[in-house]
Design a protein around this ligand. Structure first.
Ligand SMILES: *Cc1c(COP(=O)(O)O)cnc(C)c1O
Length: 217
């Protein structure tokens, strides 16, 4: 799909596009960049840092994959948004590396909403405990701006819709309990090539789309 066509679909929902460039050549990124796209996502640290060095400086790089604590230091100098925070330990490490770089790094808490065992993410209660923990309130170099989740890979639209509704309800609960006075907590990162229309209907503010834009991997 053409970028303009996709953006036109997102517009009524006021949702942002993260173009997921993983495994695609730099030329593909630059083609969208030339059309004005600035938010790009990668899921592997090595590709993420390599690309950032090669490509224009005003690209906002989103880290969307599972992140190991020991790799945080590599992305901390420049990452725009980490979508995949799934433990307090990881958040502490991000805080530490952000401080070293004189930054505050925006993060999303990733929740496990899919049935599949393979998908990472916090359980609801785990997320609540993280936000209640004494150490969380000491972290000055991370800012939680919302939640992220991935639906089960299935043709069953009802399953996908219910999972996105679950993420939206987690967002609402956390907003009310922890972020009621914080306008920055406003993002729900959900929806990929196969399910973004449902995600938009269920309240997504940010879709992460790869193959639909760049072709199959
Ligand atoms: C690969 C990936 C996407 C994009 O997937 P497509 O189906 O190609 O749109 C989105 N989110 C995450 C976390 C991914 O790893």
């Amino acid at each position: 799909m053409q970028l303009a066509e996709l953006l036109a679909q997102l517009e009524p929902y006021n949702a942002r596009l993260v173009a997921v460039s993983k495994k695609k050549p730099d030329e593909a990124v630059l083609e969208l960049y030339a059309q004005g796209q600035r938010d790009f996502g990668e899921n592997r640290v090595q590709d993420f840092t390599d690309r950032q060095e090669r490509l224009p400086r005003d690209i906002r790089w989103h880290f969307i994959g599972h992140l190991q604590s020991k790799k945080v230091k590599d992305i901390a100098p420049f990452v725009a948004l980490i979508h995949s925070v799934d433990s307090g330990k990881l958040l502490e490490e991000i805080n530490k590396r952000a401080a070293e770089n004189g930054r505050v790094i925006d993060c999303l808490l990733q929740f496990k909403i899919a049935r599949e065992e393979s998908k990472y993410g916090l359980g609801y209660q785990e997320g609540v405990e993280l936000l209640q923990s004494p150490v969380f309130s000491t972290l000055r170099h991370v800012r939680i701006i919302g939640v992220m989740g991935m639906a089960t890979f299935t043709d069953d639209e009802a399953v996908v819709r219910a999972e996105f509704q679950r993420l939206k309800s987690i967002f609402n609960d956390l907003k009310q309990q922890f972020f009621a006075a914080d306008p920055a907590f406003r993002e729900i990162s959900m929806g990929m090539s196969d399910d973004y229309p449902i995600a938009l209907e269920e309240g997504s503010t940010m879709v992460r789309i790869g193959s639909l834009l760049f072709g199959p991997r």
